[in-house]
Write a protein that binds this ligand. Structure first.
Ligand SMILES: NC(=O)c1ccc[n+]([C@@H]2O[C@H](COP(=O)([O-])OP(=O)(O)OC[C@H]3O[C@@H](n4cnc5c(N)ncnc54)[C@H](OP(=O)(O)O)[C@@H]3O)[C@@H](O)[C@H]2O)c1
Length: 227
């Protein structure tokens, strides 16, 4: 597996992508607690583009200082509209998204498998294998990561939820990065992201985005290298 991100170091085998509110709420009644077009677009672009750096640049993620500007989603999309096209995926260079069976079930049938990405579903009950040429099922996170790591066509592995899978991923030493959409405020939630430790340091942050009265920003945390 290669790192298409262009970053000098890519700690870890996989990254976690999550949107959470101030109390780390991530889900309610099997769906997302909010509807944020900007976060959906960020998620799609980040998990599809083989080069994560291009996506970070596009979303104005500044390393080393906190940008005090607030963008409406419309103003940010206008800037993005003028940005160079993102590198596209190909069958020889695509990312994998790994999700729990309940998150897979929560995706509307017309949206799954998520296009342009290898879709992996984790389940202890479903038989492992490839189904309808559309998605892979693995019985553990470890088995999935080991197989994807050996696959030369897979560039980045993204763990995309839900709560049970995030909890396991955060305990795994191979989790190198957390792409967190930090949603201001508290929403009614029944599923939560466990806290993560100080070994994850914030390395990039976007300006605030405001959409339909909800403010959020994109943050990147990376596992500190030992020593
Ligand atoms: N805010 C966000 O960024 C975000 C992202 C994704 C999802 N969500 C939300 O999160 C909620 C779903 O999360 P959830 O915690 O209920 O479910 P989940 O993590 O999506 O799926 C849980 C299922 O995954 C399988 N599983 C769990 N641990 C496993 C392991 N170690 N090995 C193999 N399979 C394993 C089991 O499937 P079987 O029962 O088939 O064995 C289990 O029932 C929804 O509300 C969804 O909208 C939020």
């Amino acid at each position: 597996m290669t790192d298409g991100s262009g970053m000098p170091e890519r700690p870890g085998l996989f990254s976690l992508v999550v949107a959470a509110d101030a109390k780390r709420g991530i889900g309610k009644d099997g769906t997302l607690p909010w509807k944020l077009k900007g976060d959906m677009r960020w998620f799609k672009e980040l998990t599809t583009c083989p080069d994560a750096t291009e996506v970070l640049t596009r979303y104005l993620m500044n390393i080393g200082f906190r940008d005090k500007r607030t963008h409406t989603w419309d103003s940010l999309t206008a800037r993005i509209g003028g940005a160079p096209a993102l590198k596209d995926w190909s069958p020889a260079a695509r990312n994998a998204v790994l999700m729990g069976r309940k998150t897979w079930d929560s995706l509307p049938a017309r949206f799954r498998p998520l296009p342009g990405r290898l879709n992996g579903v984790l389940s202890r009950r479903l038989p492992p294998g490839v189904f309808q040429g559309s998605h892979h099922v693995w019985s553990s996170l470890q088995a999935a990561v080991e197989e994807l790591e050996r696959d030369p066509t897979v560039t980045n592995i993204y763990v995309v939820g839900g709560g049970e899978i995030y909890a396991e991923a955060l305990r795994h030493p191979g989790c190198g990065r957390i792409f967190l959409t930090d949603v201001d405020g508290e929403f009614p939630c029944d599923t939560f992201l466990p806290p993560f430790g100080p070994e994850f340091r914030e390395t990039a942050i976007s300006p605030l985005v405001e959409e339909s009265g909800v403010r959020y920003r994109f943050r990147l945390f990376e596992r500190a290298q030992p020593g």
